[in-house]
Design a protein around this ligand. Structure first.
Ligand code: GLN
Length: 253
């Protein structure tokens, strides 16, 4: 039986807007696809070898949590960087996504050094970017939509050559201006989308499982799952996000 090991980074500190639900979705779909999963919760100061990890999940966090996480992880940044170059999968949401880059300048002007795993930086704006978002995601051809909820002060700017996860159809995305959302580098995916994201976007869940298996030379043999409930949730979300009432409630950059 194929299997992967997932490190869930700082579950007590990085869990905004239901991000923990991403872990539930990963485990449940893995079970349905007959993939065995070992989940390792990693807490600050824990000794863990990233070389043993196939998929690293990090949820969103407040600025104060980000500071603590950055300090703890920066001690391991060279180990993390070589795992990323080898193809380890990282799925990072919002505050964790910001930490993958060079730095994040908070609203109070504090500079939090990032892990420098991917070429981006973040600076807090004066208004939070809040609301339901829909993006056109280019991980697949033809493209598929991803739906999620965003709430961030940080505005993220991608460096040259770094691909966004998708183009914003509804919402704010990376910075509220250039219509990009998230970033993809090798098997690293960063996004502002909470929700939690994966239950309503099962194709992304399967994508992450497939990449984590491939990293260890294993094939993804998908079961024939009935995703009609997930698709209904996805489509209802698009309808809601596109409604005039919802757009009036969302803040603008
Ligand atoms: N503190 C960050 C910001 O507001 C991240 C928040 C989050 O993870 N939702 O930009």
């Amino acid at each position: 039986m194929a299997g992967i090991k997932i490190y869930h980074l700082y579950p007590d500190h990085l869990n905004l807007y239901g991000d923990r639900g991403n872990m539930i979705a990963l485990c449940r779909r893995a079970e349905w696809h007959n993939i065995s999963i070992e989940v390792v919760p990693v807490r600050p100061g824990d000794k863990m070898a990233f070389s043993q990890c196939d998929l690293l999940f990090m949820g969103g966090g407040q600025d104060s949590d980000q500071q603590m996480v950055a300090e703890d992880l920066k001690k391991r940044s060279s180990e993390l960087s070589s795992a990323v170059e080898d193809g380890m999968v990282i799925f990072a949401v919002c505050g964790s996504y910001q930490l993958l880059g060079s730095h994040y300048i908070t609203g109070s002007g504090e500079k939090i050094g990032g892990l420098e795993l991917i070429n981006l930086y973040t600076e807090a704006g004066t208004k939070r970017l809040i609301g339901n978002a829909v993006i056109n995601c280019s991980l697949w051809y033809p493209t598929k939509t991803l739906v999620g909820f965003e709430n961030h002060a940080g505005k993220t700017y991608l460096g040259p050559g770094l691909k966004p996860l998708g183009q914003v159809m509804i919402g704010h995305g990376n910075n509220g201006t250039d219509k990009t959302e998230g970033a993809v580098y090798k098997n690293v995916i960063g996004t502002y989308l909470h929700g939690s994201l994966l239950p309503k976007n099962p194709w992304l869940t399967d994508f992450l499982l497939e990449k984590a298996l491939a990293y260890r030379g294993q094939d993804f043999i998908p079961a024939n799952l009935d995703d009609s409930l997930e698709e209904q949730a996805h489509n209802a979300f698009i309808k809601l996000a596109g409604s005039k009432k919802h757009k009036r409630m969302s803040t603008r950059a």
